[in-house]
Design a protein around this ligand. Sequence first.
Ligand code: PMV
Length: 347
Amino acid sequence: MKSAAPASAREVVRSLLDGRSSRAPADGARAFAPSNVALCKYWGKRNAELNLPENGSLSISLGALGTQTRLAPAPSLMRHRVTLDGVVLAPESSFHRRVTAFVDLVAPEGSAPLDIETENTVPTAGGVASSASGFAALTLALDALYGYGLPARDLSILARMGSGSACRSLHRGFVLWHAGEQPDGLDSFSEPLQDQLPSLRLGLCTVGAGPKAVGSREGMMRTASTSALYRAWPEQAARDLHALRCAVTDGDFASLGRLSEQNALSMHATMIGAWPPLLYWQPASVALMQRVWALRDEGLPLYFTMDAGPHLKLLFEARDRDAVLTAFPEAQLIHPWEGPLPSANPL
Ligand code: PMV
């Protein structure tokens, strides 16, 4: 495929799988992918079908929090069956539709329906990003099931088409997602960065348990089309991305924390300026932010980031673990480099 030509998702997949889709499927496949949180956020698409971002982003993986997915061909089923955390999903549910559309995009033509079992160790109901690890694990499992053997870069391009942030869940540690420029998105992929801040720890503070009011796809579209503040976003994101990469390379935690917090709050400012406004925060989210700022004023090097939801992810260094957990007894401690590596095995 000519890289400069605009393309449909199907054309992109066809070009990635060219010559690879002829092997008989395995009896099944199992995969794990960790969840991730962006320190420089992806917010806005330049192509909604391919999930091509307006800006590059940078994330850290969430250790053992992630998704385990098991696939098995099930010729006796009329259509794919999707089980999420032990519950069989209704075919009309949005997650079922997204998963089956992605499977149909990637599976060889005429393949048997799949029995898809997926389990999150991320609190799904709390709206903590699980689509990233979910589509990353699904991509890895499909690759193993059909024996494609795709290289990491191509896997990240596939995962991105399931959910943008999923391309960053194929690696552990710090991951960079290149925005790319090509209309077909073959240069919009993820890659791991050298881990220079092994002391980084996160604390997950969940606020409320309901699903998020407006999903990221709709939220991005609304922000880009109605918020005047969004015009400043791609430029700021590019600046933050560059500075964050330097902070990771230099092992400079204070810069990493400051840039991450400011990037998250700037993203939220663009959302608040949308119409109808998008305010993902709850009063408890603001109370948590104020607790972080008060502790920082007292000298504790503590920062936070937030996605399109009310939860906070605290950012700190291992040596401050006790002080942070004393101030935030509700926080779930996350060690980014613990837990299984992203991987898949045929069964
Ligand atoms: O990949 P999506 O569609 O779930 O969007 C992710 C959006 C944010 O979580 C807010 C930012 C990010 O980079 O993960």
